[in-house]
Ligand binder design. Structure first.
Ligand SMILES: Cc1ncc(COP(=O)(O)O)c(C=O)c1O
Length: 288
């Protein structure tokens, strides 16, 4: 396999020679942001939406991006090209850069930007044909203090621990519930339910990441005339749903067949989920 080429602060390196400092705040404090992007046939999916979220997150954590929007666009696409990839997952990471330990931010420190791409690997087909299982984790949704809505921060410890708990339970994803008992999102996914033909997803509170795929699904629902709402959802809404599915950049639209011990609907992917997924693939993808 060819060695991946990685962008680090303005230069492209073979992965084995790509380096950042041991004092990088992304490493010492998880002080940074990231985006996971998907390319279909050489085209980065919803690049502008990811860059919007990245810029917004940067503003919220007082981080000035060291590159213009156009520069970021160019290097994301260039990373894809240099790796000779067409169907790929691209990761853009921006950290606060190299600084002596201490929480105070030095505004003079240049941030670190790393972009790395790898071939896309789809989940096995049976995950989509049968649906996956999820566990609901009470009072687990993290939020960043003082920040009005979730940023996509490099500090993913909470999600990592929950994902491991989910894995130990033998399920695909852990669904986080906030301190108000509302369903938030998965460790790396947003959640949707369908009840009586209406598509519902948790409203964007400070606990819910505004997923790019979540937004795409709402747009697809609108064009298919599927009624939908963004609202508070509780545990019983999930248990009693006719259909449940997860979304993110990599899994696209993934049906859920069981939440905790509760079988969802008929225990197989339902008609709204299948319709949305088929439409998603027809519109954008080639992954299955
Ligand atoms: C906590 C969380 N929620 C939702 C998502 C889905 O976001 P997107 O659709 O932009 O991939 C992610 C993606 O990693 C995530 O980490």
């Amino acid at each position: 396999m060819r060695e991946p080429i990685v962008f680090v602060n303005g230069l492209f390196w073979p992965q084995s020679r790509a380096q950042i400092s041991v004092l990088d705040r992304g490493f010492t404090y998880g002080d940074g942001l990231f985006e996971t992007l998907r390319a279909y046939r050489g085209v980065v999916f919803r690049l502008e939406d990811h860059l919007d979220r990245c810029s917004r997150s940067a503003r919220l954590i007082f981080l000035e991006l060291p590159m213009t929007r156009q520069e970021l666009r160019t290097v994301v696409c260039e990373t894809l090209k240099r790796n000779l990839l067409s169907d790929a997952i691209i990761r853009l990471t921006v950290t606060r850069g190299e600084q002596e330990p201490g929480l105070v931010i030095d505004p003079e420190t240049p941030p670190t930007v790393v972009i790395h791409a790898r071939p896309f690997e789809a989940l096995p087909g049976y995950s989509y044909e049968k649906g996956v299982r999820v566990s609901l984790f009470h009072n687990s949704a993290p939020r960043v203090g003082g920040i009005d809505s979730q940023i996509k921060s490099c500090n993913f410890l909470s999600q990592i621990v929950l994902r491991e708990r989910a894995r130990k339970e033998g399920v695909f994803e852990g669904i986080m519930i906030d301190s108000n008992k509302r369903i938030a999102d998965g460790t790396t996914s947003n959640i949707f339910i369908v009840k009586n033909g209406i598509l519902k997803t948790p409203a964007l509170t400070e606990f819910v990441l505004p997923g790019v795929t979540r937004q795409v699904v709402l747009e697809l629902a609108a064009s298919l005339n599927i009624p939908y709402g963004e609202q508070d959802l509780m545990v019983d809404d999930v248990y009693q749903a006719d259909e449940v599915f997860l979304t993110n950049t990599g899994i696209e639209i993934l049906p859920v067949r069981q939440a905790d011990r509760q079988v969802i609907g008929a225990g197989i992917p339902g008609p709204v989920t299948r319709r949305l997924r088929a439409f998603f693939l027809k519109t954008f993808g080639v992954s299955s």
